[in-house]
Write a protein that binds this ligand. Sequence first.
Ligand code: 13P
Ligand code: SF4
Length: 350
Amino acid sequence: PDHTMDARIAAARAKLGTDVVLLGHHYQRDEVIRFADFTGDSYKLSKIAASTDARYILFCGVHFMAESADVLAKPWQQVILPDLNAGCSMADMAEIGQVEDCWDSLERLGVKNLMPLTYMNSAADIKAFCGERGGLVCTSSNARGAFEWAFERAEKILFLPDQHLGRNTAWAMGIPLDEMVVWDPYMLNGGTTPERLARAKVILWKGHCSVHQRFLPEHVDRVRREEPGMQVICHPECRWEVCQKADYLGSTERIIEIIEQAPEGSSFAIGTEIHLVNRLAARFAPLGKRVITLDDSGCLCTTMYRISPAHLAWSLENLVAGEVVNQIKVSDETKHWARVALDRMLEVKA
Ligand code: 13P
Ligand code: SF4
Protein backbone atom coordinates (compact mmCIF):
# COMPACT_ATOMS: atom_id res chain seq x y z
CA PRO A 1 0.00 0.00 0.00
CA ASP A 2 1.17 3.49 -0.87
CA HIS A 3 0.31 6.00 1.83
CA THR A 4 2.87 8.62 0.84
CA MET A 5 0.16 10.69 -0.85
CA ASP A 6 -2.34 10.59 2.01
CA ALA A 7 -1.58 14.00 3.47
CA ARG A 8 -1.68 15.68 0.03
CA ILE A 9 -5.00 14.03 -0.83
CA ALA A 10 -6.52 15.02 2.52
CA ALA A 11 -5.28 18.62 2.21
CA ALA A 12 -6.63 19.08 -1.33
CA ARG A 13 -9.88 17.37 -0.38
CA ALA A 14 -10.34 19.74 2.58
CA LYS A 15 -9.75 22.82 0.39
CA LEU A 16 -12.36 21.67 -2.14
CA GLY A 17 -15.02 20.92 0.50
CA THR A 18 -18.41 20.11 -0.99
CA ASP A 19 -17.31 21.22 -4.47
CA VAL A 20 -16.08 17.68 -5.09
CA VAL A 21 -17.63 14.28 -4.46
CA LEU A 22 -15.47 11.15 -4.61
CA LEU A 23 -17.20 8.00 -5.82
CA GLY A 24 -15.40 4.69 -5.30
CA HIS A 25 -16.25 1.37 -6.90
CA HIS A 26 -15.86 -1.68 -4.65
CA TYR A 27 -12.90 -2.97 -6.72
CA GLN A 28 -10.74 0.05 -5.92
CA ARG A 29 -7.63 -0.47 -3.82
CA ASP A 30 -7.87 0.20 -0.08
CA GLU A 31 -5.59 3.20 -0.23
CA VAL A 32 -7.90 4.86 -2.76
CA ILE A 33 -11.37 3.77 -1.63
CA ARG A 34 -10.74 5.01 1.89
CA PHE A 35 -11.06 8.56 0.51
CA ALA A 36 -14.41 7.91 -1.20
CA ASP A 37 -17.49 9.81 0.01
CA PHE A 38 -19.63 7.02 -1.41
CA THR A 39 -18.79 3.45 -2.32
CA GLY A 40 -20.99 1.11 -4.31
CA ASP A 41 -21.69 -1.10 -7.28
CA SER A 42 -22.35 0.38 -10.71
CA TYR A 43 -26.06 0.85 -10.05
CA LYS A 44 -25.67 2.59 -6.72
CA LEU A 45 -22.88 4.86 -7.97
CA SER A 46 -24.84 5.88 -11.06
CA LYS A 47 -27.81 6.81 -8.84
CA ILE A 48 -25.50 8.94 -6.69
CA ALA A 49 -23.98 10.55 -9.79
CA ALA A 50 -27.48 11.43 -10.98
CA SER A 51 -28.44 13.06 -7.68
CA THR A 52 -25.32 14.80 -6.35
CA ASP A 53 -24.98 18.58 -6.62
CA ALA A 54 -21.19 18.66 -6.30
CA ARG A 55 -19.47 20.66 -9.01
CA TYR A 56 -16.87 17.94 -9.62
CA ILE A 57 -17.57 14.21 -9.60
CA LEU A 58 -14.28 12.38 -9.18
CA PHE A 59 -14.87 8.80 -10.21
CA CYS A 60 -12.53 6.20 -8.75
CA GLY A 61 -13.59 3.43 -11.09
CA VAL A 62 -13.29 2.74 -14.81
CA HIS A 63 -14.01 4.70 -17.98
CA PHE A 64 -17.56 3.46 -18.68
CA MET A 65 -18.59 4.40 -15.14
CA ALA A 66 -17.25 7.94 -15.52
CA GLU A 67 -18.94 8.26 -18.93
CA SER A 68 -22.26 7.18 -17.45
CA ALA A 69 -21.82 9.68 -14.62
CA ASP A 70 -21.25 12.43 -17.21
CA VAL A 71 -24.41 11.42 -19.08
CA LEU A 72 -26.43 11.51 -15.84
CA ALA A 73 -24.81 14.65 -14.37
CA LYS A 74 -26.23 18.15 -14.62
CA PRO A 75 -24.79 20.34 -17.41
CA TRP A 76 -22.67 22.42 -15.02
CA GLN A 77 -21.05 19.41 -13.38
CA GLN A 78 -17.74 17.90 -14.51
CA VAL A 79 -16.68 14.29 -14.21
CA ILE A 80 -13.04 13.31 -13.68
CA LEU A 81 -11.38 9.91 -14.08
CA PRO A 82 -8.04 10.11 -12.20
CA ASP A 83 -6.28 7.86 -14.76
CA LEU A 84 -7.55 7.80 -18.35
CA ASN A 85 -6.03 4.34 -18.80
CA ALA A 86 -8.57 2.86 -16.41
CA GLY A 87 -10.70 1.13 -19.03
CA CYS A 88 -12.60 -2.15 -19.02
CA SER A 89 -11.60 -5.04 -21.26
CA MET A 90 -15.19 -6.23 -21.45
CA ALA A 91 -16.52 -2.84 -22.54
CA ASP A 92 -13.81 -2.81 -25.24
CA MET A 93 -15.21 -6.05 -26.70
CA ALA A 94 -18.14 -4.24 -28.32
CA GLU A 95 -17.47 -1.30 -30.64
CA ILE A 96 -20.27 0.75 -32.08
CA GLY A 97 -19.43 -0.13 -35.71
CA GLN A 98 -19.58 -3.85 -34.89
CA VAL A 99 -22.88 -3.42 -33.07
CA GLU A 100 -24.40 -1.51 -36.00
CA ASP A 101 -23.21 -4.24 -38.39
CA CYS A 102 -24.70 -6.90 -36.14
CA TRP A 103 -28.04 -5.07 -36.01
CA ASP A 104 -28.17 -4.77 -39.81
CA SER A 105 -27.17 -8.43 -40.24
CA LEU A 106 -29.86 -9.57 -37.82
CA GLU A 107 -32.45 -7.66 -39.80
CA ARG A 108 -31.18 -9.22 -43.03
CA LEU A 109 -31.29 -12.66 -41.42
CA GLY A 110 -34.98 -12.15 -40.66
CA VAL A 111 -34.83 -11.41 -36.91
CA LYS A 112 -37.85 -9.29 -35.95
CA ASN A 113 -39.21 -7.69 -32.80
CA LEU A 114 -35.77 -7.37 -31.24
CA MET A 115 -34.74 -5.02 -28.42
CA PRO A 116 -31.11 -4.06 -27.71
CA LEU A 117 -30.13 -4.14 -24.06
CA THR A 118 -26.64 -3.29 -22.92
CA TYR A 119 -24.79 -3.94 -19.69
CA MET A 120 -23.53 -0.82 -18.00
CA ASN A 121 -20.02 -2.06 -18.90
CA SER A 122 -20.14 -0.59 -22.40
CA ALA A 123 -19.22 2.67 -24.11
CA ALA A 124 -21.68 5.59 -24.11
CA ASP A 125 -22.28 5.30 -27.86
CA ILE A 126 -23.54 1.73 -27.37
CA LYS A 127 -25.86 2.90 -24.62
CA ALA A 128 -27.09 5.58 -27.04
CA PHE A 129 -27.59 2.93 -29.74
CA CYS A 130 -29.86 1.03 -27.35
CA GLY A 131 -31.75 4.13 -26.20
CA GLU A 132 -32.49 5.22 -29.76
CA ARG A 133 -33.94 1.81 -30.60
CA GLY A 134 -36.28 1.60 -27.62
CA GLY A 135 -33.83 -0.35 -25.44
CA LEU A 136 -32.08 0.25 -22.17
CA VAL A 137 -29.05 -0.30 -19.95
CA CYS A 138 -28.81 -2.64 -16.98
CA THR A 139 -26.29 -3.41 -14.27
CA SER A 140 -25.66 -6.75 -12.61
CA SER A 141 -28.05 -5.74 -9.84
CA ASN A 142 -31.09 -5.05 -12.01
CA ALA A 143 -30.43 -7.24 -15.06
CA ARG A 144 -33.47 -9.43 -14.41
CA GLY A 145 -35.77 -6.42 -14.10
CA ALA A 146 -34.33 -5.00 -17.31
CA PHE A 147 -34.89 -8.31 -19.15
CA GLU A 148 -38.50 -8.33 -17.93
CA TRP A 149 -38.91 -4.70 -19.03
CA ALA A 150 -37.59 -5.63 -22.48
CA PHE A 151 -39.74 -8.76 -22.82
CA GLU A 152 -42.86 -6.70 -22.05
CA ARG A 153 -42.06 -4.73 -25.21
CA ALA A 154 -40.29 -7.15 -27.58
CA GLU A 155 -40.02 -10.85 -28.31
CA LYS A 156 -36.24 -11.06 -28.41
CA ILE A 157 -33.28 -9.35 -26.75
CA LEU A 158 -29.85 -8.57 -28.16
CA PHE A 159 -27.69 -8.48 -25.02
CA LEU A 160 -24.38 -6.58 -25.10
CA PRO A 161 -21.51 -7.13 -24.37
CA ASP A 162 -21.32 -9.77 -21.56
CA GLN A 163 -22.48 -13.19 -22.69
CA HIS A 164 -22.17 -14.55 -19.14
CA LEU A 165 -24.39 -11.99 -17.41
CA GLY A 166 -26.88 -12.38 -20.28
CA ARG A 167 -26.90 -16.18 -20.07
CA ASN A 168 -27.10 -16.27 -16.27
CA THR A 169 -29.96 -13.78 -16.23
CA ALA A 170 -31.96 -15.45 -19.01
CA TRP A 171 -31.44 -18.88 -17.38
CA ALA A 172 -32.69 -17.59 -14.03
CA MET A 173 -35.87 -16.46 -15.84
CA GLY A 174 -36.45 -19.99 -17.15
CA ILE A 175 -35.12 -19.51 -20.68
CA PRO A 176 -33.35 -22.74 -21.76
CA LEU A 177 -29.87 -22.65 -23.23
CA ASP A 178 -31.11 -23.68 -26.67
CA GLU A 179 -33.18 -20.48 -26.79
CA MET A 180 -30.00 -18.43 -26.45
CA VAL A 181 -27.45 -17.94 -29.21
CA VAL A 182 -24.01 -16.31 -29.18
CA TRP A 183 -23.25 -13.61 -31.75
CA ASP A 184 -19.56 -13.52 -32.63
CA PRO A 185 -18.76 -10.12 -34.22
CA TYR A 186 -15.66 -11.59 -35.91
CA MET A 187 -17.56 -14.33 -37.78
CA LEU A 188 -19.72 -14.12 -40.88
CA ASN A 189 -23.38 -13.85 -39.79
CA GLY A 190 -22.15 -13.85 -36.19
CA GLY A 191 -21.15 -17.50 -36.56
CA THR A 192 -24.77 -18.60 -36.34
CA THR A 193 -27.68 -19.50 -38.64
CA PRO A 194 -31.13 -18.02 -39.40
CA GLU A 195 -32.69 -21.17 -37.87
CA ARG A 196 -30.83 -20.74 -34.56
CA LEU A 197 -31.67 -17.04 -34.54
CA ALA A 198 -35.34 -17.75 -35.21
CA ARG A 199 -35.50 -20.04 -32.18
CA ALA A 200 -33.50 -17.72 -29.90
CA LYS A 201 -35.17 -15.47 -27.36
CA VAL A 202 -31.82 -13.97 -26.35
CA ILE A 203 -28.89 -13.17 -28.65
CA LEU A 204 -25.72 -12.90 -26.58
CA TRP A 205 -22.83 -10.76 -27.77
CA LYS A 206 -19.58 -12.72 -27.51
CA GLY A 207 -17.94 -10.62 -24.80
CA HIS A 208 -16.76 -11.44 -21.31
CA CYS A 209 -14.85 -10.14 -18.32
CA SER A 210 -11.32 -11.49 -18.39
CA VAL A 211 -11.16 -11.26 -14.59
CA HIS A 212 -14.37 -13.19 -13.80
CA GLN A 213 -13.86 -15.68 -16.60
CA ARG A 214 -10.90 -17.06 -14.66
CA PHE A 215 -13.19 -18.62 -12.05
CA LEU A 216 -13.86 -22.24 -13.03
CA PRO A 217 -16.34 -24.93 -11.94
CA GLU A 218 -13.50 -26.92 -10.43
CA HIS A 219 -12.81 -24.04 -8.03
CA VAL A 220 -16.30 -24.48 -6.63
CA ASP A 221 -15.83 -28.27 -6.51
CA ARG A 222 -12.63 -27.83 -4.52
CA VAL A 223 -14.29 -25.52 -1.97
CA ARG A 224 -17.16 -28.02 -1.57
CA ARG A 225 -14.65 -30.80 -1.01
CA GLU A 226 -12.16 -29.02 1.26
CA GLU A 227 -14.37 -26.55 3.12
CA PRO A 228 -17.68 -28.23 4.01
CA GLY A 229 -20.31 -25.69 5.05
CA MET A 230 -18.69 -22.85 3.13
CA GLN A 231 -21.11 -20.91 0.91
CA VAL A 232 -20.15 -19.77 -2.56
CA ILE A 233 -21.14 -16.34 -3.86
CA CYS A 234 -20.30 -15.40 -7.45
CA HIS A 235 -20.63 -12.24 -9.44
CA PRO A 236 -22.93 -12.99 -12.43
CA GLU A 237 -20.09 -12.08 -14.82
CA CYS A 238 -18.71 -15.54 -13.99
CA ARG A 239 -19.36 -18.35 -16.48
CA TRP A 240 -22.73 -20.08 -16.41
CA GLU A 241 -21.08 -23.38 -15.38
CA VAL A 242 -19.61 -21.67 -12.31
CA CYS A 243 -22.80 -19.79 -11.44
CA GLN A 244 -24.76 -23.03 -11.65
CA LYS A 245 -22.69 -24.39 -8.77
CA ALA A 246 -22.82 -21.25 -6.59
CA ASP A 247 -25.15 -20.73 -3.63
CA TYR A 248 -25.74 -17.07 -4.45
CA LEU A 249 -25.16 -14.69 -7.36
CA GLY A 250 -24.95 -10.97 -6.84
CA SER A 251 -23.53 -7.61 -7.79
CA THR A 252 -20.64 -6.34 -5.66
CA GLU A 253 -23.08 -4.49 -3.40
CA ARG A 254 -25.29 -7.58 -3.05
CA ILE A 255 -22.27 -9.77 -2.18
CA ILE A 256 -21.52 -7.43 0.71
CA GLU A 257 -25.16 -7.47 1.88
CA ILE A 258 -25.29 -11.29 1.89
CA ILE A 259 -22.23 -11.47 4.15
CA GLU A 260 -23.51 -8.65 6.38
CA GLN A 261 -26.81 -10.45 6.89
CA ALA A 262 -25.26 -13.89 7.58
CA PRO A 263 -24.97 -15.11 11.20
CA GLU A 264 -21.66 -15.29 13.05
CA GLY A 265 -19.74 -18.44 12.16
CA SER A 266 -20.69 -18.29 8.45
CA SER A 267 -17.99 -18.72 5.83
CA PHE A 268 -17.94 -17.68 2.20
CA ALA A 269 -15.85 -18.26 -0.92
CA ILE A 270 -16.29 -15.33 -3.31
CA GLY A 271 -15.97 -15.30 -7.08
CA THR A 272 -15.10 -11.68 -7.75
CA GLU A 273 -12.24 -9.18 -7.83
CA ILE A 274 -9.54 -9.70 -5.21
CA HIS A 275 -9.47 -6.21 -3.66
CA LEU A 276 -13.09 -6.49 -2.64
CA VAL A 277 -12.61 -10.05 -1.37
CA ASN A 278 -9.55 -9.11 0.72
CA ARG A 279 -11.36 -6.10 2.19
CA LEU A 280 -14.36 -8.24 3.12
CA ALA A 281 -12.09 -10.87 4.68
CA ALA A 282 -10.45 -8.23 6.89
CA ARG A 283 -13.75 -6.53 7.77
CA PHE A 284 -15.67 -9.66 8.72
CA ALA A 285 -12.94 -11.72 10.46
CA PRO A 286 -13.38 -9.86 13.79
CA LEU A 287 -17.15 -10.53 13.50
CA GLY A 288 -16.55 -14.27 13.29
CA LYS A 289 -17.26 -14.61 9.55
CA ARG A 290 -14.68 -16.09 7.22
CA VAL A 291 -14.27 -14.83 3.65
CA ILE A 292 -11.87 -16.32 1.09
CA THR A 293 -11.42 -16.01 -2.66
CA LEU A 294 -12.86 -18.80 -4.79
CA ASP A 295 -9.64 -18.98 -6.82
CA ASP A 296 -6.41 -19.16 -4.81
CA SER A 297 -4.46 -17.04 -7.27
CA GLY A 298 -6.90 -14.12 -6.73
CA CYS A 299 -8.43 -12.35 -9.72
CA LEU A 300 -7.24 -8.78 -10.11
CA CYS A 301 -8.89 -6.14 -12.30
CA THR A 302 -5.74 -4.43 -13.55
CA THR A 303 -7.62 -1.45 -14.95
CA MET A 304 -9.46 -0.70 -11.69
CA TYR A 305 -6.02 -0.97 -10.07
CA ARG A 306 -4.71 1.83 -12.25
CA ILE A 307 -6.35 4.44 -10.05
CA SER A 308 -3.59 5.13 -7.53
CA PRO A 309 -3.19 7.57 -4.63
CA ALA A 310 -0.79 9.55 -6.85
CA HIS A 311 -3.47 9.95 -9.55
CA LEU A 312 -5.98 10.96 -6.92
CA ALA A 313 -3.64 13.57 -5.43
CA TRP A 314 -2.80 14.91 -8.89
CA SER A 315 -6.49 15.27 -9.92
CA LEU A 316 -7.46 16.94 -6.65
CA GLU A 317 -4.50 19.32 -6.53
CA ASN A 318 -5.24 20.43 -10.07
CA LEU A 319 -8.83 21.16 -9.07
CA VAL A 320 -7.55 23.26 -6.16
CA ALA A 321 -5.41 25.17 -8.70
CA GLY A 322 -8.52 25.71 -10.86
CA GLU A 323 -7.52 23.17 -13.52
CA VAL A 324 -9.81 20.28 -14.50
CA VAL A 325 -7.66 17.36 -15.66
CA ASN A 326 -8.85 14.07 -17.14
CA GLN A 327 -12.40 15.26 -17.66
CA ILE A 328 -14.67 12.63 -19.21
CA LYS A 329 -17.06 14.30 -21.60
CA VAL A 330 -19.62 12.54 -23.72
CA SER A 331 -20.75 14.43 -26.85
CA ASP A 332 -24.20 16.06 -26.65
CA GLU A 333 -25.52 13.90 -29.48
CA THR A 334 -24.49 10.65 -27.77
CA LYS A 335 -25.61 11.99 -24.42
CA HIS A 336 -29.20 12.41 -25.47
CA TRP A 337 -29.94 8.77 -26.32
CA ALA A 338 -27.55 7.35 -23.73
CA ARG A 339 -29.50 9.32 -21.13
CA VAL A 340 -32.76 7.85 -22.40
CA ALA A 341 -31.32 4.33 -22.00
CA LEU A 342 -29.86 5.10 -18.55
CA ASP A 343 -33.08 6.74 -17.32
CA ARG A 344 -34.96 3.60 -18.32
CA MET A 345 -32.42 1.61 -16.33
CA LEU A 346 -32.84 3.78 -13.24
CA GLU A 347 -36.59 3.08 -13.34
CA VAL A 348 -35.87 -0.66 -13.06
CA LYS A 349 -35.30 -1.39 -9.39
CA ALA A 350 -32.14 -3.24 -8.27
P1 13P B 1 -21.03 -4.20 -10.09
O1 13P B 1 -22.08 -3.37 -10.72
O2 13P B 1 -21.55 -5.47 -9.50
O3 13P B 1 -20.26 -3.42 -9.09
O4 13P B 1 -20.03 -4.70 -11.21
C1 13P B 1 -19.23 -3.86 -11.97
C2 13P B 1 -18.16 -4.57 -12.62
O5 13P B 1 -17.46 -4.09 -13.45
C3 13P B 1 -17.96 -5.96 -12.25
O6 13P B 1 -16.89 -6.48 -12.95
FE1 SF4 C 1 -14.35 -4.64 -16.58
FE2 SF4 C 1 -14.05 -7.08 -15.56
FE3 SF4 C 1 -12.67 -5.04 -14.53
FE4 SF4 C 1 -15.33 -5.24 -14.14
S1 SF4 C 1 -13.75 -6.61 -13.39
S2 SF4 C 1 -14.20 -3.39 -14.73
S3 SF4 C 1 -15.97 -6.11 -16.14
S4 SF4 C 1 -12.49 -5.86 -16.63
